[in-house]
Design a protein around this ligand. Structure first.
Ligand SMILES: [Zn+2]
Length: 478
């Protein structure tokens, strides 16, 4: 009962923002704060439906279809591609203009941008484009989470040597990291890659700040990496959520784990530091098969087989845990992207899905290997699989306090909220601001704004009035 008043108020505010937002943006920025109505893995066979265009089906508990039988992921895909993917000459010219800015700002510095390097296809190809096609001087950053395979290590070595770039490797504290990964599995949530993904984000941004660089060139691309249902994957940037799971299911305190707060990624990095993430793969006709051939020939890169299978943990997570516990087959969103990108037909994708996600013998050795490495027993894992699936919305998170839409709306629309940030981000204020930000990092930003404006708008006139009144009283009578 306790939080119901707070929740009602929050919902009303979000509703208000929702209406304004949908008018302003053609595409959905993020789902409004609302736990899914149906849990993953709970749909019955009688309600089974599959999209007429792609292969997304009711294993996404929130899937909806329009009159033509096409799912919301496909419609959203079209919007995203139209808005952000620029594969023509004009798009590349835009990318070159960005590169020019990066080069200019980087003059006199050892590096002009940061790239993440996992050794996988996308990040390696980004390294190639950044050096060979854009003429930038990146620092490659690799995060070793303890699951690197020999091929990955060799690939990374080959790439940095052949491209002549520096490599900065951050090795996570294995005992701490393994405990966190195990916590996610014990919690029974769908996205168990968050411990890795969150740390990579933190490592990239923090290295950039350390090296005095504003630009990070990322390897995500909208053409092949979207359509993942939010019930399968939510909470990457949510430090409060990660901390909550660790507190509840872990046995170690996260002391050295690289992380970032809502305040850092929503305000401090983009608006105070003015850092930019540039997704170069959205500016080219990205053909993976051609990219792989080129990398093999020019960088000595070696293939891993299937997508994201460069780590045994990832392979176990995608081909066993997600499927067995949530009925969620990551191949579906991936193949659906390829269909929408006209790189595969729907029939080919359906045939692909008929194949088992992994050979049985490999599945068994993978499971044994991963559980042993994480310190989980078979019995404990069986219990996790049998328990009802949990979602991001079952736990405390930043999203509960900062509904994403409300926050975006505020930043885009309210000068009242925007101006203090812009003022603080002015070059002259930078050093003052850095100290300020470090000192007040613990302050939730909304409270900072409210505090600022209460102080300015409410307190100041009162103080002025009080001063005038005091003067009037103190004025000697003639
Ligand atoms: Zn679809």
């Amino acid at each position: 009962m306790e939080g119901s008043h707070k929740n009602r108020l929050r919902d009303r505010i979000v509703d208000l923002f929702d209406e304004k937002l949908s008018k302003r943006y053609a595409t959905e920025i993020s789902p409004r704060f609302q736990p899914p109505a149906v849990r993953p893995g709970e749909q019955s066979a009688t309600t089974y439906r599959i999209c007429k265009r792609c292969v997304m089906d009711s294993s996404d508990p929130e899937i909806t279809f329009d009159d033509e039988g096409v799912c919301q992921h496909c419609r959203n895909y079209d919007k995203q591609i139209a808005l952000y993917v620029k594969r023509d000459a004009a798009g590349w010219a835009e990318m070159e203009a960005i590169a020019e800015t990066i080069r200019k700002e980087g003059e006199g510095k050892p590096y002009d941008c940061i790239i993440g390097l996992s050794g996988g296809v996308d990040s390696t190809y980004v390294a190639y484009l950044v050096v060979k096609k854009l003429g930038l001087r990146p620092l490659a950053v690799h995060m070793d989470n303890g699951w690197n395979t020999e091929i990955a290590v060799r690939n990374i070595e080959n790439v940095v040597t052949r491209l002549g770039i520096d490599l900065h490797t951050v090795v996570l504290d294995w005992e701490e990291f393994r405990d966190l990964q195990a916590s996610f599995i014990r919690a029974g949530v769908a996205d168990c890659e968050i411990p890795t993904d969150h740390a990579i984000g933190a490592v990239l941004y923090k290295t950039a700040i350390e090296k005095g660089v504003r630009f990070i060139i990322g390897g995500s691309n909208l053409a092949t990496e979207q359509m993942v249902p939010r019930t399968w994957s939510s909470g990457h940037g949510d430090w409060r959520y990660i901390r909550t799971l660790q507190k509840q299911f872990g046995s170690k305190k996260l002391e050295s784990y690289p992380h970032y707060t809502f305040w850092e990624h929503a305000i401090y990095w983009p608006y105070v530091r003015e850092m930019r993430m540039v997704y170069v793969l959205n500016y080219i006709e990205y053909n993976k098969i051609e990219a792989i051939d080129l990398m093999k020939a020019e960088l000595g890169w070696v293939s891993y087989g299937d997508k994201h299978h460069e780590s045994i943990y990832t392979r176990f997570y995608q081909t066993q845990y997600l499927i067995e516990k949530f009925g969620a087959d990551k191949r579906r969103p991936h193949l659906s992207c390829l269909i929408n990108d006209h790189r595969m037909t729907r029939d080919e994708a359906l045939a692909e899905l008929q194949r088992p996600p992994i050979a049985e013998e490999i599945a068994k050795t993978d499971r044994e290997f991963v559980l042993k490495k994480l310190g989980l027993t078979e019995a404990e894992y069986a219990k996790v699989l049998a328990a009802p699936p949990k979602t991001y919305w079952d736990f405390d998170s930043d999203e509960k306090y900062f509904p994403d839409k409300a926050y975006h709306w505020a930043l885009h629309n309210l000068d009242l909220l925007k101006n203090p940030v812009r003022v603080l981000s002015g070059r002259a204020w930078k050093s003052v601001c850095d100290g300020f930000a470090a000192g007040f990092e613990w302050l939730r930003v909304k409270w900072l704004f409210i505090w600022l404006w209460v102080k300015i708008l409410v307190k100041l006139p009162f103080r002025l009035a009080w001063r005038i009144l005091k003067r009037v009283i103190a004025r000697p009578k003639a």
